[in-house]
Design a protein around this ligand. Structure first.
Ligand code: WT7
Length: 616
């Protein structure tokens, strides 16, 4: 689209969402054009019905003519003695095609789920695109997740193939992945495990050596042409109940929104280098470290390691050395740098930057101002972006050149997306009044298409509270100009350092300990990580002790992963409950942060509140 055209044809963009998205979708390469742009039979809806395309072709093949030797991917390893590796579009195309052929040789077919448990190395991008080339559904599991988390996701997806690595570098140390993998595959349907070497360990017997096998493959694999609504990937995310759900994504709609938002939100042109610091294990990494920038023919950068290795100057060094133009990160990282980073910052030249972005949790004014002043030198557009695993791509944001750029306000709905703030009955609330953030029809093309193998859960989670409105589970309010400010999750999901964790999942991990009768998790504010989980535990047997505390903290870390680190455990005699048996976590939270308790009349055991308060 021509520059500025979106302002002059405002009408199309804001009042006719379907037309807007159609216009955007035309920027992709389609094998067959769609017959119907949008079809809705709630809770389901489809985009570009009748259209056919392949995602890997849109990220690779279509760039070969004009961008053959252009860098598609820059990979920065953590050890400073290893040099960054640049992979051109030609090379990436070849690697993806070879990998796709290997998957085919292993009998992976269209619609099969392939699990990917890889760190931030080029093969994570290569394997996702290889799956999409042959129509296999990828299911990436964050490499810092535990073996149990990996196992439950492989079981739910019924994957037969797992792609992993022997390990990776983190904070200067070698992290082993194979130990976890060996345990995780037991009891699943996984028959084949492909191991990418990173630490040059020996590939265990029975596992497939990637380096050895990939050499045998041809460098072209005929792409599988997919229907627009065919599933491109699933990605598990936490919800209110203990079990993570596999959020399903289509091909045509998702790619359209991933590409369009990359272009408009980050003003991403083909000669730009984009660095989104999120791990590919999260949706942010899928959309802005893979599909979005590659579909536009830009260059993406991924970094293997930790922001503080060997010191807090590492990220700025990466930006300087690789001339990064678009930098997208989370408020937690900004707060970390505010605390530890200033003295390192001075050493580096960040003049290559042109756009800054943030995502994952609300950005407070202090962090916004620091990011804008210190990194953006008070002149770069700072784009806050609100969205979710379920929405697939950015939904509410500021736009470069347009705004609104108000610290702590996420901004306005992206063109072509309708958001509203409603009360419990589903009616719009007045300006300034907080309520539930919902999305209205026509639903954006990147939106989830269901929960994998669980129609009931899809319906109940997103479509049961409000009729014909998608429930985001977030609270928000709107100012008179239509700018939206988020107030946090309304359900029992907490965001720790921008990562989404379910309180129920952590509680289950505690409940499974023989000593524990019952547990409740709530979050408390944290200066760096936004919020952190703490537990209230009622013991079944044994006595409270530091040893027991340590064991329970470890139980949760082992079950979920190190991001689920309990800050504190309080042993109590009883937990406040309603007559129907629901634990009132909100009361526990109020006690912790010293908020006045409004009422305890709905509780069956109001006396326990005072006892807990005294104990605290
Ligand atoms: C939840 C979704 C978006 C991709 C990464 C997170 C919170 C996300 C913002 C923001 C305020 C935000 C919401 C949302 N959230 N971005 N800019 N301002 N809150 O995806 O892990 O599915 O988490 O993150 O509460 O519902 P996710």
């Amino acid at each position: 689209m021509k520059e500025g055209a979106w302002i002059s044809s405002k009408k199309v963009y804001f009042q006719e969402p379907i037309k807007f998205w159609e216009e955007q979708a035309k920027e992709l390469d389609w094998d067959t054009m769609w017959k119907l742009p949008y079809k809705e039979k709630l809770p389901y809806f489809k985009w570009f019905v009748g259209g056919k395309l392949n995602a890997s072709m849109n990220c690779l093949d279509r760039h070969l003519e004009t961008r053959l030797n252009k860098t598609a991917l820059i990979w920065v390893p953590e050890p400073t003695k290893e040099k960054p590796i640049k992979i051109t579009y030609k090379e990436l195309h070849e690697k993806v095609n070879k990998f796709a052929n290997l998957l085919k040789r292993l009998k992976v077919k269209k619609g099969d789920v392939v699990s990917i448990y890889l760190p931030m190395i080029p093969e994570v991008i290569i394997s996702m695109l290889a799956c999409s080339r042959i129509g296999a559904i990828h299911s990436v599991v964050f490499s810092a997740f535990s073996e149990e988390a990996l196992q439950s996701r492989m079981k739910d997806g019924k994957s037969k193939v797992l792609i992993t690595a022997d390990g990776y570098f983190r904070k200067g140390k070698k992290v082993d992945l194979l130990k976890k993998v060996k345990k995780a595959v037991k009891g699943t349907k996984v028959k084949k495990v492909i191991v990418v070497p990173r630490l040059e360990k020996k590939v265990p017997k029975g596992f497939i050596n990637y380096t050895k096998e990939i050499r045998k493959e041809k460098s072209f694999c005929k792409p599988k042409i997919m229907k627009s609504e065919d599933t491109l990937f699933i990605l598990y995310t936490s919800g209110t109940t203990g079990k993570p759900k596999g959020v399903m994504r289509d091909t045509g709609g998702y790619l359209t929104q991933a590409s369009t938002t990359s272009k408009f939100n980050f003003n991403l042109h083909e000669n730009d280098i984009m660095w989104c610091t999120a791990d590919v294990g999260w949706i942010t990494g899928h959309t802005y470290s893979c599909y979005g920038p590659l579909s536009l023919g830009a260059t993406l950068l991924i970094y293997e390691g930790s922001p503080d290795f060997p010191n807090f100057g590492r990220w700025w060094k990466i930006i300087q050395e690789n001339k990064v133009n678009v930098f997208y990160t989370a408020p937690t990282a900004i707060r970390l740098f505010m605390k530890f980073g200033e003295k390192y910052l001075k050493k580096y030249n960040l003049n290559s930057l042109k756009i800054l972005g943030t995502v994952g949790e609300p950005i407070d004014e202090d962090a916004w101002n620091w990011y804008f002043k210190k990194i953006g030198k008070s002149k770069l557009p700072l784009i806050d972006t609100w969205w979710q695993t379920e929405t697939g791509a950015n939904v509410i944001n500021s736009l470069p050149g347009v705004g609104p750029f108000i610290p702590s306000y996420a901004g306005k709905p992206f063109p072509g997306i309708k958001m509203a703030i409603v009360n419990g009955k589903g009616n719009k609330v007045r300006v300034g009044k907080p309520g539930h953030l919902v999305q209205l029809s026509p639903f954006a093309p990147g939106m989830l298409q269901g929960v994998f193998r669980n129609k009931k859960r899809y319906k109940e989670t997103y479509w049961s509270k409000f009729k014909n409105k998608y429930d985001t589970s977030d609270g928000a309010f709107m100012d008179k100009d239509g700018n939206i400010r988020l107030t946090g999750r309304i359900d029992d999901v907490i965001k720790v350092a921008g990562h989404r964790l379910s309180t129920a999942e952590m509680e289950n991990a505690l409940d499974d300990d023989d000593c524990v009768n019952e547990a409740a998790i709530v979050s408390v504010p944290d200066k760096i990580r936004g919020e952190v989980p703490v537990a209230f535990v009622v013991l079944e047997k044994g006595k409270p002790s530091d040893v027991l505390k340590k064991k329970l903290v470890n139980d949760v870390r082992v079950r979920i992963g190190p991001i689920a680190s309990l800050k504190e455990i309080y042993f109590v005699d009883d937990l406040p409950k309603t007559r129907s048996g629901k634990i009132m976590r909100r009361i526990l939270k109020s006690l912790l942060i010293g908020e006045k308790i409004k009422s305890t009349t709905t509780l069956v055991n109001p006396e326990c509140v005072k006892k807990i308060e005294d104990g605290l």
